[in-house]
Design a protein around this ligand. Structure first.
Ligand SMILES: [Fe+2]
Ligand SMILES: [Fe+2]
Length: 298
């Protein structure tokens, strides 16, 4: 299968080459919501509305989202690209794939930076410096899955995680952008990110099947059973984080438990995974049809 580049216009269209965000973050929130309520299920709960803390919670979740992006790009996606470009493997791939991977590496570094600067630009009482922030639970879940594997398999597993994440990420970014109640500054930062991610998705959709066909059978078997775990770790809301946010908003323990259990009762993990992963499942189908059966095991 011939590879055709999704990043051929990168030098003129990528965010790192043409998106300036300094003035945008100065605009702040300006009477709009800091984040889309559709992305924060606890924000619509009647007790949250009654107490008048919806905006505070959305603000906290927006900053957590920006921080999550920073961690994701620096700790997971860029290391996966480093493995693809210079890692210990014998993939036979077009040279153009490696230069495209380097373009994505630059994109992700820029996404990490502008997400972090959005986060640190505003005065946040709990922010004590980059190295003091707790790693988001979903990121830790991915590390746990990868570190459970034999050391020699972790590079390919990381790359497989990147495929899953990069084929899912555009959906969530796009839905966040459509909500016009959200501040234009936040939406334009998310939008600049989403435009790059559309190209990254095309890259992984084209490249991952080429890699898959070069993997040994035992490695394919092992990976087949963890693609879905990767997707679930990103789709499942971080209930511990939500509990902490509610406590910060002065809800007592009983109220926190009530809100979390109400929201949990409306959440369906299988449905959420399915709606977030049409492109991911297409990649798996292009690798081999049997992979979808493993994916749908639940
Ligand atoms: Fe990104
Ligand atoms: Fe990306």
């Amino acid at each position: 299968m011939q590879y055709s580049s999704a990043l051929s216009r990168w030098h003129t269209t990528s965010a790192i080459r043409q998106f300036r965000y300094e003035d945008i973050i100065n605009d702040g929130i300006q009477g709009h919501l800091p984040f889309s309520p559709s992305l924060v299920p606890i924000s619509g709960h009647p007790l949250v509305k009654e107490k008048g803390v919806q905006e505070k919670i959305l603000y906290r979740c927006m900053t957590e989202y920006m921080l999550f992006t920073t961690y994701l790009e620096i700790l997971l996606i860029n290391p996966s690209l480093t493995f693809l470009i210079f890692g210990d493997h014998n993939f036979n791939l077009d040279d153009c794939i490696y230069t495209d991977a380097m373009k994505i590496y630059c994109d992700e570094g820029y996404h990490a930076l502008f997400s972090l600067e959005t986060f640190t630009h505003v005065d946040i009482p709990y922010y004590k410096g980059i190295r003091e922030i707790k790693k988001p639970n979903s990121i830790q879940r991915v590390f746990n899955i990868i570190n459970n594997l034999d050391k020699t398999r972790r590079g390919v597993a990381l790359l497989s995680f990147a495929m899953v994440s990069e084929t899912m990420v555009t959906n969530s970014l796009l839905s966040a952008m459509k909500d016009e109640t959200v501040a234009a500054s936040v939406r334009s930062i998310i939008s600049a990110h989403a435009e790059d991610e559309g190209k990254h998705q095309a890259f992984f959709m084209r490249v991952y099947p080429l890699i898959w066909h070069q993997l040994p059978e035992n490695e394919k078997n092992e990976l087949g059973s963890i693609f879905r775990n990767f997707a679930e770790s990103f789709v499942e809301p971080d209930w511990d984080f939500y509990s902490a946010v509610l406590q910060e908003s002065s809800f007592d323990k009983a109220e926190v438990n009530l809100i979390i259990s109400d929201v949990k009762s409306t959440f369906n993990l299988d449905l959420a995974v399915n709606s977030a992963t049409p492109a991911t499942r297409k990649v798996l189908k292009n690798c081999e049809h049997e992979l979808l059966k493993k994916w749908e095991r639940l």
